[in-house]
Every structure is written in structure tokens, then in C-alpha cells.
Ligand binder design. Structure first.
Ligand code: NAI
Ligand code: MG
Length: 490
């Protein structure tokens, strides 16, 4: 993609209704909600506010598409071809979709173009290639029997996604679901419904049959909860807050729906004195501040070895002081606003708590500008393991720096959390790196890098950071059921 140097134009909003059974419809109640541009706080568009009745209709459409074809009876290779077509259509429209993400989410246009959209296309292509490669095994069993397994679609999937990477979280869920032959109802986050609705249109254009993908925009406790409770839904795939996942688990206990969760973290990022400090400083800065700190895997606990602590903090301070905040449609902008007032307030509260518990606020700590939900890149030093800002997910541009003395203490401290999503280690010593890679309880460990994602590499959490994995073959397995067939040969 060409580098952009000029202010990017605001995209048109083309779709604001529910997408059910291949048709655009108002919500059953007729209600709408405003989705806002977080940099200016203005309402961009009124979007259909789906609720239980819309979810009912969407699940019915998905059930019909699952059981009556043509999706379920189509050759697997043809399913794959249509998925490739969808990826092509998204790629052809990537600039406009990136602008739609910037409008709805507030993320810098340069990030949306360089990260969100290419990764979205890549994830869909990766899973398109799997559509005709999902197969069972023949298994030698005792006696005169032929035993084989089939991997069948798990069924109708309810997919609930967050607002931090709207298009990408969609691709992580549509990709494996489509490849496996499932049908789905997606509820995008109420803050960011627009790219999902546009991609539903593109899916139809790509030849994904009506009813296979349905979208019901709306709020969590209404539309989301209705999807979770719906008896016609076989699986819920959710990304968001731990407490929401706990609610979903309680709600699905009676039906024992399949569940996959990708939740938050308080990921340790560990820098040894023997690391390439330029790379480590840049990597540690991006690990936390990328996407306004709104990343589930943000490197929010930065452990720095004692002997380089002050020098390292100086590098981070310089980077924070020169970070460009402002209009996310300006290609020079590095940091945009937080997603909404709630998140802004939550972050400011944590900044207050950090100061009151005795950490030193070295950069930031304030709102930036007078309009929009901007928070200055904030850095706390003197943070100890017990402090609230070292334990709880802040989901904003607030970095906690902790000191450590030796490798012997570090995995215990890194693991002293109920989270376990990601971690990173910066060192030139391979023995140290691999020792920590084994000792740290996290779904992903990066060594001398951070935030390296690939559609083929499984991603998900240990402990309370999640259940199951997305991406890779592991991500696909979560969308199939294994059926064992045994034939008597007597
Ligand atoms: P959330 O978990 O409430 O929202 C995520 C999605 O779940 C949205 O689509 C929402 O409408 C839906 N939802 C909410 N309540 C629901 C319910 N009862 N039943 C079904 N669906 C429901 O997260 P929220 O409130 O947007 O953010 C709160 C915190 O969660 C953040 O500050 C952050 O710490 C964490 N978070 C983590 C994310 C991740 O990538 N793992 C993404 C977003 C938030
Ligand atoms: Mg919530």
C-alpha cells in the first residue's frame, strides 16, 4: 500500500441496518443508536438497535442456511473460492475500510492501513485455504471394524466482538467459521458497527449465500445477551472483558453451548540489560501505546533490569514526549483518542490511583486537547507488584515500569496475576530467553519482538485471559465437532 501524505477524506457510511437473511432491515423496535467519532465526539450515523426479536430472526436465518443449503451442500472447494473472493473485495476496498475504522474507532489512519486491514485480508485468505482441507482420520481399532472421524461444522455460531480492532476481530471469527461450514450471527460492538456492516455487504457480493452471515448491531446486555441465551445458537465466540465472559458462561451453563473467549491481560514485558536497547525501547513503547493502549495483549507491566532502568526510562520518556497526538485522519498522527467517555474516565481514574498509591508519573497524566477522548502517553515509574496499576487492566496509554534484579525472581513476578495472554523477553542470551519462554504462563511469548501476529500462529489466553485459541489450526478446531463413525466389517 502506498504511503499516504495527505489528510485522508472521511468515508461514506453506506450501511446502518441489521443484515438478516441477506436483507437489510430496520430493527424490529424501530430504535436506533448513534455511533460517534471519538476524536470529535460527533454522531456519525444512526444505526439500527437490534434486540431479542432481531436476534431471533437472525438465528432463524442462520439455522435455515445451515440445514437447507446451499452452503452446507456446496463443495468445500467452492466455499473456499468464495472466501478468497471476499478477501479480494476487502483488499480492493481496504483504503475506504481503513478510513471507516478511523471514523468509527478513532485509530490513526496510518495504523488502520498498515495493520488492521492487511491483517484482516490475510486472516480471511489463510482460512479460505482451509475450506477444502478439513478432514477426519481413519483409526485402527480392536476387532473387525472400520473407524473413521468426520469434522463437522459446530453449527450456528454467535460471535460477539469488541471495538478495538473491529475488522480484524471480525476476520478472526468469520474466517474459521466460514471455512468449517458454519453459519453465524455477529453482534459488533455498539461503539464500532460500521466496518462489520460494510463487510457483510461485501460477503454477499462475494457469493456467500444469504443467511450464512447475519449481523445484528446493538448493545451487549440486550442484543448480545439475547444471542448468548438463544437456544438455536450452538457456540459463542466472544472477545472482550473478563466479567462479560463470566456472565456468558453463567448464561450458557444450562445449554452447555461451546465457548471460546479471548479476554484481557496485564502482559509482562521483560527487558534485560544485555538486550539490544534500541530495539527493546522501541518495541516496549509500541507494545503499550499502539492503538492508544487498547490492546488485549498490551505490554502494560514493563520489567526493566535494575542496572539499565534509568537509561531505559529516559529513552521511553523521549519517545512519549515526541509522540504525535491529534486528528486520526492525518497520516502523521501516531495516537488518536480513546474509544469513548467510559474508557476515558476509566483510564483517568487509574492515573489518579497510580499517583495516590505512590508511583511517579514521569510523562502524561492529563487529557490532551479540549475535544475528543485523548489521553497523553502516560508513564509511571516506581511501580511495585502490589499497586493497582500493576495488577488491573487499564486498556489505555498508561505504562507501569517495574524494576527487577535477577532472572530468578522474574517468572514468579511475571506470573503473579490471574491473566496469561502474552509476554515478551528482550535479551541477547538465548538460554535466558528460552528459560522464560517456558516458565511464563501466557498464550504467546515474544522474544526480542512484540505484537507479531500471523494468521497461522495460534493466539489466546492461559488462566483468566481466555478459553481456546483463535488463528492457526487451533482456531479452526474450535468451529468443528468431531464425529466418530464405526462400521462392522463382519
Ligand atoms: P465488553 O466485554 O462489555 O464488550 C465487548 C463486546 O461484548 C461488545 O460487543 C459488547 O456489546 C458485548 N457485551 C457486553 N455485555 C454483554 C452481555 N452481557 N452479553 C453479551 N454480550 C455483551 O467490554 P467493554 O465494556 O467494551 O470494555 C470494558 C473493558 O474490557 C475494557 O476496558 C478492557 O479492559 C476490556 N476489553 C478487552 C478487549 C480485548 O480485546 N480482549 C476488547 C474490549 C474490551
Ligand atoms: Mg461492557
Amino acid at each position: 500500500m502506498a504511503t499516504i501524505t495527505q489528510q485522508v477524506a472521511r468515508p461514506k457510511v453506506r450501511h446502518t441496518q441489521c443484515f438478516i437473511g441477506g436483507r437489510w432491515t430496520a430493527s424490529a423496535s424501530g430504535k436506533t443508536f448513534g455511533t460517534i467519532h471519538p476524536a470529535t465526539e460527533e454522531v456519525i450515523a444512526e444505526v439500527a438497535e437490534g434486540d431479542a426479536e432481531d436476534v431471533d430472526r437472525a438465528v432463524e436465518a442462520a439455522r435455515d442456511a445451515l440445514e437447507n443449503g446451499p452452503w452446507s451442500t456446496m463443495d468445500a472447494r467452492e466455499r473456499g473460492r468464495r472466501m478468497f473472493k471476499l478477501a479480494d473485495l476487502i483488499e480492493a476496498e481496504a483504503d475506504e475500510l481503513a478510513a471507516l475504522e478511523t471514523l468509527d474507532n478513532g485509530k490513526p489512519i496510518s495504523d488502520a492501513r498498515a495493520a488492521d486491514l492487511p491483517l484482516t485480508v490475510d486472516a480471511l485468505r489463510y482460512y479460505a485455504g482451509f475450506a477444502d482441507k478439513i478432514h477426519g482420520q481413519t483409526i485402527p481399532v480392536n476387532g473387525n471394524f472400520l473407524t473413521y472421524t468426520r469434522r463437522e461444522p459446530v453449527g450456528v455460531v454467535g460471535q460477539i466482538i469488541p471495538w478495538n480492532f473491529p475488522a480484524l476481530m471480525l476476520a478472526w471469527k468469520w474466517g474459521p467459521a466460514l471455512a468449517a461450514g458454519c453459519t453465524m450471527v455477529m453482534k459488533p460492538a455498539e461503539q464500532t458497527p460500521l466496518s462489520c456492516l460494510r463487510m457483510a455487504h461485501l460477503a454477499q457480493e462475494a457469493g456467500i449465500p444469504d443467511g450464512v452471515i447475519n449481523v445484528v448491531p446493538g448493545y451487549g446486555p440486550t442484543a448480545g445477551a439475547a444471542l448468548v441465551r438463544h437456544p438455536g445458537v450452538d457456540k459463542i465466540a466472544f472477545t472482550g472483558e473478563m466479567a462479560t465472559a463470566q456472565t456468558i458462561m453463567r448464561e450458557t451453563a444450562p445449554s452447555l453451548k461451546r465457548l471460546t473467549f479471548e479476554l484481557g491481560g496485564k502482559s509482562p514485558n521483560i527487558v534485560f540489560a544485555d538486550a539490544d536497547l534500541d530495539a527493546a525501547a522501541q518495541g516496549s513503547h509500541a507494545a503499550l501505546y499502539f492503538n492508544q493502549g487498547q490492546c488485549c495483549c498490551a505490554g502494560s507491566r514493563l520489567f526493566v533490569e535494575d542496572s539499565i532502568h534509568d537509561e531505559f526510562v529516559e529513552r521511553l520518556t523521549d519517545m512519549n514526549n515526541s509522540r504525535r497526538l491529534g486528528d486520526p485522519f492525518d497520516p502523521e498522527t501516531e495516537q488518536g483518542p480513546q474509544i469513548d467517555q467510559d474508557q476515558f474516565d476509566k483510564i483517568m481514574r487509574y492515573i489518579d490511583i497510580g499517583s495516590s498509591e505512590g508511583a511517579a508519573c514521569v510523562t502524561g497524566g492529563q487529557r490532551f486537547g479540549e475535544q475528543g477522548y485523548f489521553v497523553e502517553p502516560t508513564l509511571f515509574t516506581g511501580v511495585t507488584d502490589e499497586m493497582t496499576i500493576a495488577r488491573e487492566e487499564i486498556f489505555g496509554p498508561v505504562l507501569s515500569v517495574l524494576k527487577f534484579k535477577s532472572i530468578d525472581e522474574i517468572s514468579r513476578r511475571a506470573n503473579a496475576t490471574h491473566f496469561g495472554l502474552a509476554a515478551a523477553v528482550w535479551t541477547r542470551d538465548v538460554a535466558k530467553a528460552h528459560r522464560l519462554a517456558a516458565e511464563i504462563k501466557a498464550g504467546t511469548v515474544w522474544i526480542n519482538c512484540y505484537d507479531v501476529f500471523d494468521a497461522a500462529a495460534p493466539f489466546g489466553g492461559f488462566k483468566m485471559s481466555g478459553m481456546g485459541r483463535e488463528l492457526g489450526e487451533a482456531g479452526l478446531q474450535a468451529y468443528t465437532e468431531t464425529k466418530t463413525v464405526t462400521v462392522s466389517l463382519d
